[in-house]
Design a protein around this ligand. Structure first.
Ligand code: ADP
Ligand code: MG
Length: 271
């Protein structure tokens, strides 16, 4: 339902009639880099010619606005309460993509009403014809709110760090996504790796545990859950530097190891 007066992300001819792929970025443990990856992946995809929308779907602890240094006048909260219309809440972000920010008022949605659920679903459906990719920056864990936000996306990307606590929580999240949402392929991003190849090792370890304990729970004998390594991003002081400067890493330090890692993630996503 694209209106001819839309000012953001005009459909490009080759993309008209297509609908955005939707990717939920989630994690087991908090603070592992979901928002950092969502924002910088969006910037990397935009550089590659994709029309990208990032939706701040971490409804309880939204902070995408801080990472992007935006002070939105209109947020999802205002859309939900009827204070502004959807178009007014879609903002251009520094990395060349569009954002729909949650706003701190959304804390009260830490329990989702049916009305908010329906509105979110409706917003994403309305946005699909206008973008190539919609990234949902969701919260951590397996609460109803997080699982609902993840359920809105076709693809799910779990972010984990090599820390044992993060991996245990990632495993718990992956198990719930497979058993409750019927996911059979889950993308894994290993963030803050200390050396190249760590992501591959961790994916292998998690896959082994999944094969042993999760896949047998999926009903049919032939069913299995596949963990797909979407990429690894090194631990890099440049990430903090950029956040302190309130800049996107992709813009401030595009040659830094973490930015290159996110770039490779974008390349892999685009196949
Ligand atoms: N690759 C990285 N290297 C170094 N620090 C990182 C990296 N990724 C994330 N961080 C740090 O972790 C913090 C939390 O990241 P954030 O994206 O806000 O996590 P989440 O959204 O999962 O809660 C960031 O502020 C940053 O300081
Ligand atoms: Mg976050």
């Amino acid at each position: 339902m694209t209106s001819p007066t839309d000012t953001t992300a005009q459909p490009s001819p080759q993309a008209s009639g297509r609908r955005a792929r939707t990717i939920a970025v989630t994690s087991g443990k908090g603070g592992v880099g979901k928002t950092f990856i969502s924002a910088n992946l969006a910037a990397a995809l935009s550089r590659r010619g994709q029309r990208v929308l990032v939706l701040d779907a971490d409804l309880g602890l939204a902070n995408l606005d801080v990472v992007l240094n935006l002070f939105p006048k209109n947020t999802l909260h205002d859309v939900f309460t009827g204070k502004c219309d959807l178009e007014a809440a879609i903002l251009p972000a520094p990395g060349g993509f569009s954002v729909l920010l949650a706003g701190s008022g959304l804390v009260e949605y830490s329990r989702l009403t049916n009305d908010v659920r329906e509105q979110l679903l409706d917003i994403i459906e309305k946005m699909k014809p206008r973008f190539d990719c919609i990234i949902l920056d969701t919260g951590a864990g397996i609460s109803d709110v997080v699982l609902f936000a993840v359920s809105l996306a076709d693809e799910v990307m779990v972010v984990a760090t090599p820390e044992p606590t993060s991996l245990t929580d990632a495993y718990a999240t992956i198990k719930v996504l497979a058993t409750q949402q019927g996911r059979r392929v889950i993308k894994l991003v290993v963030n803050q790796v200390a050396r190249a190849g760590e992501g591959r090792t961790i994916r292998g370890q998690l896959q082994q545990v999944i094969d042993r304990y999760v896949s047998p729970m999926l009903g049919d004998e032939n069913e299995s859950l596949k963990l797909d390594l979407a990429g690894e991003v090194p631990i890099d002081p440049a990430v903090r530097e950029a956040i302190l400067k309130r800049q996107l890493l992709m813009e401030a330090l595009p040659g830094s190891p973490a930015a290159l890692g996110v770039g490779a993630l974008a390349d892999k996503l685009l196949g």
